[in-house]
Ligand binder design. Structure first.
Ligand SMILES: *[C@@H]1O[C@H](CO)[C@@H](O)[C@H](O)[C@H]1NC(C)=O
Ligand SMILES: *[C@@H]1O[C@H](CO)[C@@H](O)[C@H](O)[C@H]1NC(C)=O
Length: 516
């Protein structure tokens, strides 16, 4: 150190200021660049900058997370903070579901007999806590079968049709069964060279005989996801038998899953609440110039921190939102005067959420002299944009109003809610731009029965049903004579109650594009 100083002090160069010297310019340049390089190096170590290279981004963040977004703390969204004490569906409820199903299979007069047949999927999850990842679908049928029983304590019996060489594996699956129930499961094994469906039908006839049932005939109720070869196989196996029917499970049976219990509603409330508050928080991070993919990253990171699984996100800016199911692009950036549409879903304890918000970012402005507090500008992009957003909102309200029972005998049908919402949009002349149904049931699947379309005139909306209320107006770029294309959708989850409705998130609808 001192030697350097000494050298400098002794150097004659400083005494000749007027003489141009090429290496002096280089020194100056170095003196200016060195602190910048040092600063860049230090900043690079800061998390917000490290994440700008893909390699260093933490694995739990979405690949399109911007440096600024990587620093956002979403931990407050965790389910234990949003819904302390929340639990999954308990063992007793699974047993009660099977018991109730068995009652339904006996019919109103108790004189029918039927077998409910499900492939691995949402219905095995509902009745036995098994998901499709517990038993992947293959060409070899593996079926969960529930029948009424007079000999079993819970008046229902579980049979599993399984390839013979898979019996042991089947028995190790995490069924939600008490040990007594597990003991009484029938493991119906079929050998590779046998007809599995004939094996199952023979087993069912034996069960029916054992129960001393004298019904004229009996039926096989197939859940809605059973594949065609399974349905055909079962139909062929009963072809020669008189009075045996194979078909889609009856509406009474299917309605069991549509009607949510208190435990289910608690979970649905939590998953809805987390999704809703995440969307509201994400709006505050919307910036002009960000890409749709960066928007997707924001909400995906938030919902992941919220403990949600099976995430889905449709994030569309401006005219792109006129294509209801398009997906986020790395090229489309949010511009001034454009709506940002977020349609997102995720699961908690198996139950799905589904929300859509069409939002606007805050625009930060400074006074013209650059002094004073920065202002947040919340301005509708255009009179038309305002009218469209408010019309969609009004359509949502009209759908809710249509869910109110006017008197003791008034039944609300799926069609009523759709038509009410559609009417509001038609009044403004935008009917042809509301291109999809009003909504769909929601539970273990993001789309499930009942479907709220105007053609569904026979499906009553019963208390305990949960479904989406999601009107929209979509004017594509190529058909827009007044602008460059626009899309607005608002979606909330609704519970049908005895006399009316309530929102599953137990909050209000969006108030504005700034208060989603
Ligand atoms: C259902 O399965 C989940 C995991 O898949 C498990 O955490 C839960 O305890 C199971 N519930 C019952 C009642 O067995
Ligand atoms: C009940 O309300 C419905 C729907 O508003 C109406 O059509 C019906 O006439 C009412 N019935 C009675 C008994 O008031």
């Amino acid at each position: 150190m001192s030697s350097l100083l000494d050298e400098k002090r002794l150097s004659p160069v400083e005494e000749e200021p007027l003489r141009p010297r090429p290496h002096r310019t280089l020194h100056l340049l170095a003196a200016v660049l060195a602190p910048i390089a040092l600063l860049a190096f230090v900043l690079q170590l800061h998390p917000a900058f490290v994440y700008s290279t893909t390699a260093a981004r933490p694995a739990h963040l979405h690949p399109h997370t911007s440096p600024a977004a990587a620093a956002i703390d979403w931990s407050w969204l965790a389910p234990e903070k949003q819904c302390p004490g929340l639990q999954g569906i308990g063992q007793d409820e699974f047993t009660a579901r099977r018991t109730q199903l068995a009652e339904l299979l006996k019919g109103e007069d108790g004189k029918s007999w039927g077998a409910y047949v499900s492939e691995p999927g949402p219905n095995t999850l509902y009745y036995a806590n098994l998901t499709q990842s517990d038993w992947y679908l293959s060409e070899r049928p593996w079926l969960l079968v529930i029948t009424p029983s007079t000999s079993d304590t819970h008046s229902s019996r579980l049979s599993i049709l399984t390839p013979s060489f898979e019996v042991s594996r089947s028995q190790r699956l995490p069924f939600a069964l008490s040990s007594a129930e597990f003991e009484s499961v029938s493991w119906v094994a079929w050998e590779e060279a046998e007809d599995p469906y004939a094996t199952l039908v023979a087993h069912l006839e034996e069960l029916r005989g054992k129960d001393g049932i004298n019904s004229e005939g009996w039926s096989i109720h197939l859940e809605e996801n059973v594949r065609q070869f399974v349905a055909s196989g079962l139909a062929a196996a009963v072809k020669e038998k008189e009075g045996v029917e194979v078909g889609l499970a009856s509406i009474e049976v299917r309605q069991q899953r549509m009607r949510k219990t208190k435990a289910e509603l608690n979970i649905q409330h939590c998953v809805a609440k987390i999704t809703r508050v995440a969307l509201r928080a994400v709006r505050e991070h919307l910036r002009i110039g960000m890409t749709e993919k960066e928007g997707e990253a924001l909400i995906v990171n938030a919902l992941t921190a919220g403990g949600l699984k099976d995430l889905g996100a449709i994030v569309l800016f401006g005219a792109n939102a006129a294509l209801p199911h398009a997906s986020a692009s790395v090229h489309k950036r949010l511009e001034h005067g454009e709506f940002a549409l977020f349609d997102v879903d995720g699961s908690l304890h198996g139950y799905m959420s589904d929300f859509t918000r069409t939002m606007l970012p805050d625009i930060h402005t400074r006074s013209c002299h650059g002094f004073g507090k920065p202002k947040i500008l919340q301005q509708w992009p255009s009179a038309r944009a305002e009218k469209i957003w408010k019309t969609v909102h009004k359509a949502q309200e009209a759908a809710l109003a249509a869910l109110v029972n006017q008197n003791d005998t008034h039944v609300v049908y799926a069609t009523d809610a759709d038509r009410a919402a559609r009417g509001v949009i038609a009044e403004e002349g935008w009917e042809k731009y509301f291109t999809h149904r009003l909504g769909h049931g929601i539970g273990l699947q993001v789309h499930e029965e009942p479907y709220l379309n105007s053609g569904n005139t026979h499906q009553p909306l019963l208390s305990g049903f949960t479904f989406s209320n999601e009107p929209g107006i979509y004017i594509r770029e190529d058909e827009d004579t007044e602008g460059n294309g626009i899309g607005v959708r608002l979606e909330d989850m609704v519970l049908k109650t005895e006399r009316g409705w309530s929102l599953v998130a137990r909050e209000e609808l969006a108030k504005s594009p700034w208060e989603p």
